[in-house]
Design a protein around this ligand. Structure first.
Ligand code: HXC
Length: 257
């Protein structure tokens, strides 16, 4: 039995964290299952991935507090490294990943959403980094990605105060791109994924790489990375197809790369 389900619908893959009785909290087994699913995704056939939580109430309510409670310092470090390794795989997945945040996104849940490219929330979504209240520091990337996503001041406020952020506030501070009623969340995420999947996959993948690598470096190196990614698309069938179609005033053939 796996705590993580995977469904493929056309070019779109949907990952569901399914440990509903614990509000999809991440224990070691869930992390292992999540990694196995991520590793199994085929870039040949998948152009966008959606990650969500099972049920109506929770995306992921954090790392499993029961599992963490009696950890030694070394065990805690290993658990943090384990989660970070899995979340980096998500961040580095060549195709875009959308977090469909369908409820609680607390601690490791907020951090999981931050490792995705885009966050879309349901109206009942609730974000937060409650770690300081549990007398620990965030351990799955929260101190790093939250600041990069919503800015240092807001991130520090969330991390120092442990205040919860509702969906409308998350939208206002740029933590999510859009908010929808719960019953429309998945359809809207699939629509967004479909728009991504309709563009040339080689270009979308190279764009993700350029943005992510560029964010880790200075602007001089960043624009060089972009130039390299830009050039890498030339000579591909999709590029010839798309540009020729424009010049011939017609729609391109479906993209293939
Ligand atoms: C383990 C959890 C859990 C968690 C919920 N559950 N969150 N178990 N770890 N993070 C379990 C509860 O124990 C309970 O199990 C069941 O899920 C339902 O939860 P309730 O509390 O009864 O639900 P509710 O009253 O609706 O409250 C929902 C909630 C609350 C507000 C989300 O569960 C909560 O505060 N959870 C903890 C959130 C949190 O602090 N997350 C950050 C963890 S630290 P039973 O068996 O009683 O039914 C973290 C660090 C990441 O994430 C980095 C690590 C390296």
């Amino acid at each position: 039995m796996s705590y993580v389900k995977y469904e493929q619908n056309g070019f779109i893959g949907t990952i569901t964290i399914d440990r509903e009785k614990a509000l999809n909290a991440l224990n070691s087994e869930v992390l292992n299952d999540l990694e196995a699913v991520i590793d199994s995704i085929s870039i040949e056939t998948t152009r966008c991935v959606i990650i969500t939580g099972a049920g109506q109430k929770s995306f992921v309510a954090g790392a499993d507090i029961g599992e963490m409670c009696n950890k030694t310092r070394a065990e805690a470090q290993a658990f943090s490294a384990r989660g970070n390794a899995v979340f980096r795989k998500i961040e580095k997945l060549p195709v875009p990943v959308i977090a469909a945040v369908n409820g609680f996104a607390l601690g490791g849940g907020c951090e999981l959403s931050l490792s995705c490219d885009i966050r879309i929330a349901s109206e009942n979504a609730l974000f937060g980094q409650p770690e300081a209240g549990l007398a620990i520091v965030a351990g799955f990337g929260g101190t790093q990605r939250l600041a990069r996503t919503i800015g240092v001041g807001k991130a520090k406020e969330m991390l120092y105060t442990c205040s919860k952020v509702k969906a409308d506030e998350a939208l206002r501070i740029g933590l999510v791109n859009a908010v929808y009623p719960s019953d429309q969340l998945m359809a809207e995420c699939e629509k967004l994924a479909g728009k991504i999947a309709a563009n040339a996959p080689i270009a979308v993948r190279a764009t993700k790489k350029a943005i992510n690598l560029g964010l880790q470096t200075d602007i001089e190196t960043g624009v060089q990375i972009e130039a390299e990614m830009h050039a890498s698309c030339f000579g591909t069938e999709d590029q010839k197809n798309a540009m020729t179609a424009f010049l011939e005033k017609r729609k391109p053939e479906p993209f293939i790369n």
